[in-house]
Design a protein around this ligand. Structure first.
Ligand code: FAD
Ligand code: MLT
Ligand code: ZN
Length: 479
């Protein structure tokens, strides 16, 4: 029997050290089915102290560790490589809500708590935790932090970085960094917390967090709006911002092709408009009260925009059920893309005002490179974040399209680079984009990140092959 596995079982109990192929299977492939890895063992510690003990043991043995939460990563960030050397450290047993302070508006949780449970706990306490997106039923707070998750409410509440006050992290050597502060102001040195948010399991294992809570919105107004194109959607965004201010909570864009794909694959999705539009936006306002007044405000903004030609048609939800039906369309996009077949996914961000120009340029460039390729474009328009996915031409051999994907990704990301955008807005680099980092990040960026990585994980055992490739050569010295 593998001596490391015996020691791990001694630490955690045999039931929490998975070695059989059957037990390990759910942990070794990603949600998109793009990556499949192997592990020496999958371990499920039940406490911060147990995580620390596992890290001390793995560091002593020189064994790589892949932290994993809900395994919903869209960049292969939580999937081990095929060597079988690594331990997958699943945080899912660490699922306690440690404290909720309704006066201080904070909730303290284990890293393995599922996002939907934090939303429910906040609601039961008369508060609101705003992070929200399609995977909320299975992704965990630790993964949300490690990937600096975004989702549909960033427009009003920010990404996970803005929603976090404190962290507890187990370092590669097993030391526990207790940064579990609920302070909203603390200027006593570097923001160590922010180093770990978005670090994708490569700098430490997040075991706990203090998150911000907000006042519960009691009124919502939701509309599904047909627009001519992304340029009109951007103008409508400006109108919605002017007329609705901070009440504007979500502004989700979809092209007509994206909508058609969703309706084709998601049975319960129904288009609430008279005809299939060229593009559409799901707009949601929320406020403390006066739902009729909120709906009136939204309606006035839309009526004015019909006159100016920004809006072609609109449906305003009359109740929560209709609003949910509108959201079911938007949330169906990921599953629709998976059902349609392997898309070339791009999760890009850029200055908001550059988006219309980007879509026009990228569409033209990819059509030149791949006749019949089908852009499926949707995303969080107010954040400057588009999910620019590409599907093969109708009837094209998937293998032939897969062979085209690197060139298509290069084209899309070149269009982003010339707009000073990012090749990963919210999904992280993972293993999907790691090879592009030297191409897309400035040498100084990479040097500083590498220095931090070498400081916190000198043996390179934390999530190897993700975010930062192997050791970069030291900056060349001219002498
Ligand atoms: P995992 O997939 O388990 O891990 C993600 C990364 O974090 C990996 O690098 C892993 O090593 C690391 N990690 C996990 N837990 C820890 C920990 N405790 N300590 C240190 N490192 C850790 N993402 C968005 O941002 N916005 C969206 O709108 C969005 N929509 C999605 C819709 C669907 C249908 C799906 C399947 C995914 C979507 N995602 C979205 C992507 C994904 O859900 C998020 O990145 C999520 O935050 C990952 O959480 P997780 O617990 O599943 O993490
Ligand atoms: C979304 O916004 O739905 C997600 O980021 C998932 C995706 O891009 O498929
Ligand atoms: Zn998204």
């Amino acid at each position: 029997m593998d001596d490391l596995v015996v020691e791990l079982a001694g630490l955690l109990g045999e039931a929490h050290v998975l070695v059989s192929a059957q037990d390990q299977a759910p942990f070794l492939s990603d949600w998109l089915g793009k990556y499949r890895g192997a592990a020496r063992a999958v371990v499920r510690p039940g406490s911060t102290e147990e995580v620390a003990a596992v890290m001390r043991l793995c560091t002593r043995h020189g064994v790589p560790v892949v932290p994993q939460g809900g395994n919903t990563s869209m960049s292969g960030g939580a999937t081990p490589d095929g060597s079988g050397r690594a331990i997958v450290l699943s945080l899912t047993r660490m699922n306690r809500i440690r404290a909720l302070d309704a006066i201080g508006n904070t909730i303290t949780v284990d890293a393995g708590v599922v996002l939907a449970r934090v939303q429910q706990a906040a609601q039961q306490a008369g508060r609101f935790f705003p992070l929200s997106f399609g995977a909320e039923g299975s992704c965990t707070i630790g993964g949300n932090l490690a990937a600096n998750a975004g989702g549909v409410a960033v427009l009003r509440y920010g990404t996970m970085r803005e929603l976090t006050l404190g962290l507890e992290v187990v370092l590669a050597d097993g030391r526990i960094w207790d940064g579990l502060t609920a302070l909203r102001k603390d200027s006593t040195g570097y923001s160590l917390r922010d180093l770990f948010i978005g670090s994708e399991g490569t700098l430490g294992v997040i075991t706990g967090a203090v998150l911000k809570l907000f006042a519960q919105p009691h009124a919502r107004a939701t509309a599904f709006v047909a627009v001519p194109d992304v340029a009109a959607a951007l103008s409508l965004l400006a109108v919605a911002r002017d007329r609705c201010g901070d009440r504007l909570t979500a502004f989700e864009f979809m092209t007509g092709d994206c909508l058609s794909l969703i309706l084709r694959h998601v049975g319960e999705a129904r288009l609430p408009l008279g005809a299939m539009p060229p593009a559409a936006v799901l707009i949601e306002l929320s406020d403390q009260d006066d739902e009729p007044g909120l709906r009136d405000r939204l309606e006035a903004a839309l009526l004015g925009s019909i006159e100016t030609g920004l809006v072609l048609d609109a449906a305003i939800a009359q109740d929560g059920t209709q609003a949910k039906a509108f959201w079911r369309i938007r949330e169906g996009v990921s599953e629709a893309l998976v059902r349609e077949g392997k898309a070339a996914k791009h999760d890009v961000s850029m200055p908001v005002s550059a988006m219309a120009d980007f879509v026009a340029a990228a569409d033209a460039a990819v059509h030149t490179a791949a006749l019949g390729v089908r852009p499926i474009v949707f995303g969080h328009l107010g954040d400057g974040n588009l999910h620019y996915n590409l599907l093969p031409a109708q009837g094209q051999d998937p293998a032939a399209f897969a062979a085209l994907t690197p060139a298509l990704t290069r084209i899309v990301h070149d269009e982003i680079a010339c707009r000073r955008g990012s090749i990963s807005a919210e999904h992280g680099i993972g293993q999907l984009r790691v090879a592009e980092m030297p191409l897309r990040k400035a040498p100084l960026d990479l040097e500083l990140m590498r220095s931090l990585k070498d400081l916190l994980d000198p043996a390179g055992l934390l999530n190897p092959g993700k975010l930062l490739a192997g050791k970069l050569l030291p900056a060349s010295t001219s002498n």
